[in-house]
Design a protein around this ligand. Structure first.
Ligand code: NAD
Length: 359
């Protein structure tokens, strides 16, 4: 088993990564816990619910199952309330622990429920998608969507541990693997050029979920994310670099309608666009842009952005949280492995966006 330590002002905790980790979940529950609420969805519960429940029951504590409807469309207030209803109806107290078993949607909602219930109870993240294992379960961002904006209601709230079982990826659809790999290569692009090169060399092994390769990729991604959030838990500076590709990606998701492209697919394509913008503004060499494009395609993400029309692209990007005073700011790369967060000239942005209409 490998362990990555996360240290933030809001909490320090381990990330445990191992094949079969699901069977050891009892180890993540503190001795003084009065009960366990297993927050999940029917899809994940169908695959792994019984194993997780059996493992948690080894603590001798009561395990309450709370199943939420599957999907981003349910990452909302009425669904969150189902968690509070169940916790209150079953009289769980302040020493109860929430275990969030699922992808990023379950993790974000389980974490936010833990942040709010009785002003905060402990929770464990058990991420079951690759995206959740390398990204959303680490760093303490929790929350739900509002009809007027994605992830607009939430809290920074750290789990007491993250338990990653690499075996559960076997049941994940190929598109979800590609979407998770986009976030993996993102870490290389923004902070670790060697890791990016390693991903280039191991892309086939990663897509095939080769145990050694995927375990290393998850571990390195968690280390890099842990490093960034330990420097800047609340995104007042460095943490913003984790949004590389996301300003374009969010525009794709919103422009096409949520659910058309997976979040990670949109981010993958957005990284290619952000690399093109980096070439125009910071002089990222054309050969590096070609490497970003080639690896994004090789992991199975689309690299041709949808033709939303340049004015619509700009409009969509302006509602992104990364605008300040109306000026568009981007995470840009002077070279692979380094990132800066800065405003880009509109002319350069238009040139990148115009290409979306050309293909
Ligand atoms: P998801 O949670 O919707 O999971 C994708 C699908 O896979 C779902 O249908 C789910 O039920 C299913 N699934 C999960 N594990 C499975 C498994 N092992 N086998 C088979 N099917 C499985 O999507 P996601 O990509 O994991 O997460 C996306 C969410 O994460 C978004 O809401 C996004 O806003 C959020 N997010 C949060 C952060 C953060 O820092 N908190 C970061 C990135 C993304």
């Amino acid at each position: 088993m490998s362990t990555v330590q996360v240290d933030t002002p809001g909490g320090s905790y381990p990330i445990h990564i191992a094949a079969g980790r699901l069977d050891s979940l009892a180890q993540s529950i503190p001795a003084d816990a009065t009960a366990i609420a297993l927050v999940t969805n029917p899809t994940v519960y169908g695959h792994y619910g019984e194993r997780a429940t059996k493992a948690l029951a080894q603590t001798g504590k009561r395990v309450l199952r709370i199943e939420l409807p599957d999907g981003e469309a349910h990452k909302d207030w009425p669904t969150l309330n189902l968690v509070f209803d169940a916790l209150l109806q079953n009289r769980l107290d302040r020493k109860a622990v929430i275990v969030a078993l699922g992808g990023g949607v379950v993790g974000d909602m389980g974490g936010f429920a833990a942040a709010c219930y009785m002003r905060g109870i402990r929770f464990v993240q058990v991420p079951t998608t690759l995206l959740a294992q390398v990204d959303s379960s680490v760093g303490g961002k929790t929350g739900i969507n509002h009809p007027l904006g994605k992830n607009m209601i939430g809290a920074f709230y750290q789990p007491i541990s993250v338990e990653i079982d690499t075996d559960v990826l076997a049941t994940l659809p190929a598109r979800e693997i590609a979407a998770g790999l986009a976030e993996v290569i993102k870490y290389g692009l923004i902070i670790d050029a060697e890791f990016f090169a390693w991903c280039e060399q191991h892309v086939e092994a990663l897509r095939a979920l080769d145990p050694q390769a995927i375990t290393y990729a998850i571990q390195r991604s968690c280390e890099l994310k842990a490093y960034v959030v330990s420097q800047d838990e609340r995104e007042s500076g460095l943490r913003a670099i984790l949004n590389f590709g996301h300003t374009f990606g969010h525009a794709i998701e919103a422009g096409l309608g949520y659910g058309q492209w997976l979040h990670g697919e949109a981010v993958g394509c957005g990284m290619v666009q952000a690399a093109e913008l980096s070439a125009l503004t910071l002089g990222l060499p054309p050969a590096s842009v070609a490497r970003v494009r080639a690896l994004t395609a090789a992991i199975g993400c689309p690299i041709q952005p949808p033709d939303l029309g340049t004015p619509r692209w700009i409009e969509l990007m302006q509602v992104d949280k990364k605008t300040e005073g109306g000026q568009l700011r981007f995470v840009l790369l002077p070279e692979i492995g380094q990132a800066r967060f800065e405003a880009a000239p509109l002319e350069a942005l238009r040139r990148v966006l115009d290409q979306a209409a050309v293909a």
